[in-house]
Design a protein around this ligand. Structure first.
Ligand SMILES: Nc1ncnc2c1ncn2[C@@H]1O[C@H](COP(=O)(O)OP(=O)(O)OP(=O)(O)O)[C@@H](O)[C@H]1O
Length: 269
């Protein structure tokens, strides 16, 4: 099987000498649900954001669906980017706009500007938006303003928006970091279920090792901008987790009572 995404020797240097990514080479295959873990400052967000060029890499290649994304700009970049859905930690919804319009924003790249300004969305897009919102249990919130929702509900809207874009690849940058454990559990479950149903390739940054083990088909551990683990969840031993989070064991609970309270704490390096 050909990879959907090939990353070759990806380097990102911020400013003069903050080397956030130190030469990452990875292939991602269709249908994988990949969770990226690592301590705070390891480079997880930078890695995810380089893939869709929200952050421009300093060196390396990003070959997605046969296109060298690192070489693209303008309209060509926007076209390729429209095949990559993104879910953000802080949701990035338009607060004063209602839920369904926020979801329909996922289709903006393929909707003519005048139509989106007039709110003239395609019937099939509206139908699918409603279906998606039902799937995540938000059928009663469709016409509510986004800023009236809870964090967990907002993130579920964020998932629907990304899915309505009909992406080949879904990126999620700490999608549950701002949520309480119960909402986090619901969001992860729904993200996983929808990705499976739509046969999407999904790359998710998480601080919670337990969720990584529960949902990932493959876990990638990043430390100081380099890959230090790449394998099946069953291969991620406690010793390996300690190695990845070296010196931060005290902030990490490996087995919480509720089975979902296993956050790896952030530090302020
Ligand atoms: N815009 C930026 N300008 C300068 N340095 C940055 C910028 N963004 C990130 N960095 C630095 O790059 C390194 C990697 O940061 P990044 O946010 O990618 O890590 P992370 O693993 O996602 O961390 P966290 O889990 O805390 O979000 C850190 O040293 C960080 O301070």
């Amino acid at each position: 099987m050909n990879p959907l995404l090939s990353i070759k020797n990806l380097v990102k240097v911020y400013g003069k000498d903050t080397r956030a990514l130190n030469g990452i080479t990875l292939d991602f295959y269709p249908g994988e649900f990949i969770v990226v873990i690592g301590p705070s400052g390891a480079g997880k967000s930078t890695f995810i954001r380089c893939i869709n060029r929200l952050v421009n890499p300093s060196e390396g290649k990003i070959i997605f669906d046969g296109q060298h994304l690192e070489k693209l700009s303008g309209r060509k970049l926007r076209k390729e980017r429209s095949k990559i859905g993104m879910i953000f930690q802080h949701y990035n919804l338009v607060g004063r706009t209602n839920v369904i319009k926020n979801v329909l924003h996922g289709q903006l790249s393929s909707t003519p500007l005048y139509k989106s300004l007039l709110g003239l969305y395609r019937h099939e897009d509206k139908q699918e938006a409603v279906e998606l919102l039902k799937k995540v249990g938000l059928q009663d919130q469709i016409y509510k303003r986004a800023d009236e929702l809870s964090g967990g509900q907002m993130q579920r809207v964020g998932i629907c928006r990304a899915i309505l874009q009909r992406p080949k690849l879904l990126l999620a940058d700490e999608p549950i970091a701002s949520l309480d454990p119960l909402s986090a559990n619901i969001v992860m479950q729904q993200l996983h279920t929808i990705s499976l149903e739509k046969k999407l390739t999904c790359i998710v940054n998480l601080h919670q090792v337990d969720y990584a083990k529960k949902y990932a088909t493959r876990i990638i551990g990043i430390k100081k901008g380099a890959v230090v683990f790449d394998g099946a969840p069953s291969r991620l031993t406690d010793a390996m987790i300690q190695e990845i989070y070296e010196g931060k064991e005290s902030q990490m609970t490996l087995q919480g009572k509720s089975g979902m309270q296993l956050a790896v704490g952030q530090n302020d390096e």
